[in-house]
Design a protein around this ligand. Sequence first.
Ligand code: ASP
Ligand code: MG
Length: 416
Amino acid sequence: MPRLVMKFGGTSVADLDRIRNAAEKVKREVDNGYDVAVVVSAMSGKTNELVGWVRSASKPEGHDGPGLYDAREYDAVVSSGENVTAGLMALTLQEMGVPARSWQGWQVPVKTTDAHGAARIEEIDTTNLDAKFNEGMHAVIAGFQGIAPDGRITTLGRGGSDTTAVAFAAALKAERCDIYTDVDGVYTTDPRITKKARKLNKIAYEEMLELASLGAKVLQTRSVEMAMRNKVRLQVLSSFEDTPGTLVCDEEEIVESNVVSGVAYSRDEAKVTLISVADRPGIAAAIFGPLAEAGINVDMIVQNISEDGRTDMTFSCPSDDLTRAQTVMEEAKTKGGINYRDLVVDQDVSKVSVVGIGMRSHAGVAATMFKALSAEGVNIKVISTSEIKVSVLVDRKYMELAVNALHDAFELEKTA
Ligand code: ASP
Ligand code: MG
């Protein structure tokens, strides 16, 4: 029988009524003839509550930060939210006449690394599941968890049940992996910014990765990477509305690709410029090495032309990292690694990007983008491009205006 993975996020299993609503969707697919593996998250808010308890229980005097507790016990506690919803979902399905049982990660088993709190799935052995499917028994799997080589329980990092679902879809060779959530798909841009935003029927993995990392936070990025590697067809759809969602798939499945599929943004960015650093081999390494060591997520980088052997270097990073970035640069200057004259920061910038696989074969996207921004009087502060994306930094107060202008310029309201 064909197999289907159906994943329900926290808001979709937030109480018994919603679990019943989700179970009805499962029953429908069972009636359609699928062997179904249901993957569930914890009830919404539950994981945060569990994390809070772990912090409180292990707070030494005067400390409140993460990393001070035993990560194995963190996983033992935090993984438990999914056990509850898996059991309740199995009970609800049974009550509807659908034979089903719950599976915790270790029971399958879902074998992971021992990086507690951020473990990676290494292997899913489906022998036990296969045997149960052959008996007509559907599976309800607790997402987000697995078992380390030493037998301890692990978790996959926040939002990790998306990754559980994709990993099962790959291991079970499922026809599709449906991710049920509280939005009904992936949009051409954030519908809160423009009412003209349209739901996309299909989007390529690469595009989804660019949109996800830029703020369209529907799927855990790692799950999209895993889907792309294993060619798992992913559908994002609503638990609460009966409308088709967005299929995230291989670009070969997209017959008529849009030149631009979406406009993404990241509101809180900062721009840092080092004025007049020596233009010599090793200077970029001397700047970005220490920033990387400090865990600062540097995004765009621009190096100016050099004059008299000196050059300016500009980079952007999330606003939250700005203070640390400044400290790291000042330390590097004191230690003599980089001798810049001035450090200029701009804290009030946002990044706006247009994304589309069609850019590979169409010229002129950047020009259209710049023209649209210029028509609105929006100044561009930094530009960067990749094969399927053009990004600009603009003053934060123009971010909404820029997103709207670009959405219009690429006629995304006509997206079918
Ligand atoms: N319950 C976990 C979390 O809140 C995993 C998930 O929902 O994907 O991060
Ligand atoms: Mg989630």
